[in-house]
Design a binder for this molecule. Sequence first.
Ligand code: F6R
Length: 616
Amino acid sequence: MCGIVGYVGEKQALEVVVSGLRRLEYRGYDSAGVAVIADGRLEVRKKAGKLVNLETLLGEDPLPQSTTGIGHTRWATHGGPTDRNAHPHVSEDQQVAVIHNGIIENFAELRDELQAAGVHLSSETDTEVVAHLLSKAIPAAGFDLVEAMRAVCRRLEGAFTLLAVDPRQPDLVVGARRNSPLVVGLGKGENFLASDVAAFVEYTRDALELGQDQIVALTSGEVVVIDFDGNPAEVRPFTIDWDASAAEKGGHDLFMLKEIAEQPKAVADSLRGRIGQDGHLQLDEMRLADADLRAVSKVVVIACGTAAHAGMVAKYAVEHWTRIPVEVELASEFRYRDPIVGPDTLVIAISQSGETMDTLMALRHAKAQGARTLAICNTVGSTIPREADAVVYTYAGPEIAVASTKAFLTQIIASYLVGLYLAQVRGTMFADEIRAIMDDLNDMPQKVDLVLDTVEPVRAIAREFANAPSVLFIGRHVGFPVALEGALKLKELAYMHAEGFAAGELKHGPIALIEDGVPVVVIMPSPRGRAVLHDKMISAIQEVRARGAVIIAIAEEGDEKIVAFSDHVIRVPIVPTLMQPLVSTVPLQVFACEMATAKGHDVDQPRNLAKSVTVE
Ligand code: F6R
């Protein structure tokens, strides 16, 4: 949801900023822009559309050399994706350039105030008001951009990361953050600011997490962080544990294909080091006391989209292992419905990015009610794990494609680890039972690898149905969230109507959607798990087949019964029931990716979307 980069140092700022934007383009691709300071003045270039349009413009109208610059890639909120609304926005006196991620909620009031004072606003954005406010605040702040930023931020409501430059202080980039991400990269004779470490990991792996309501003054030799009141602020240094190549396509045509292929490794990395020398499960980042975990009487999972589907999968396992009731709630609904949570509730926020605003706000709401909170997150240094009482990282490495793949699998793994840890602490499972499940989990990288080795036929099936008006997905038990996930992937990538249903619900309404030729993807439960579920699924297939549906079954090796009831069977390896989502989701990811490719869509950057949704 908008990517932001800032640089001060010895290199050409434009090169650093544009290469950072390339790595952040997954956050938004409605427009892109840069500002540099050269020869005592601001130079700005910006263009609607993807970064490549800006690069073309920079070729036609090059910028002068400069070692201080900022850049932005936009996901539009206020105002359409036009050149005029692209960032940076510049003050009327051409002295201040600003880029922004987030939403300034009181912008209308600030705009009215500026207009009443005779300021002409040239865009429809909320961001532009900040440029004008800074320009007005600068003289009163003794011509110090840091002080001006402090004064302006205190007037802003909502969520914002802001970066600003001013040619009167040519070697300075000032950043501010509230509720939106901003990290500092620490170099030698150069420093960086960005929404995500991916923007600067090729130059440095030393970084600083910034806290809420902090302002950072970045020069080539120094990073000074203060709070909005001007007091020195505490920051947390961290080291990025992956290198720049992890954020490259690595020989694949698409980030999504690379990330699908990385799933065995991502799962293995998420499981690594979880068993201590005493043979017990250990979660190093778990900062909750055992006594608190023993007191938990309810678990509530809050998450959005794919992460919520991972939470739904986890519910089946965690309830089974711990006998603690688990609710799964969309984060955007949780906060506004007066949920019943208290000190004996464990609220688990699942988020790949750690920045999803709906999830963050729900987490804060839970904390305010006194709940214990735990984050399952992939992004070290992000806001959600910092604000939660405890964290379990997923170690999936950077996920760049907008559609989540490896994050989903590793979110399931991490939630399972939390469930098993609760079972261990509360004594609801024996140590050998926990170890047996850990053994099953440790087999999963190899099983996922097997799926990838045999997934090729899925592509031909996807191409066969690329022109279908709609695709339905059905599943039962842990296959139900997998059905939802399969449908979500198809909607977001192939832009086609797709719905996931609990198979048992079909006859209560959705079966009316079935007509001749409608493809129905069926996530088959194992006949070895609970045979009754397998039988019920066959009944559901019969019902839709009788009405003309074409059946694409995802079924385990050796399930021969399914063959007579399906038009296509996609095989996945035999795994224990609770592990099935880890294998059955993979063909659905490939299915959606291939269908989108067949339709000529941009798979890594689907329309209207952004990777990290930092607005509510
Ligand atoms: C779908 C997808 C989204 C995210 C959702 C939550 O492919 O990627 O549905 O899962 O926006 O994002 P995080 O996990 O970053 O909180």
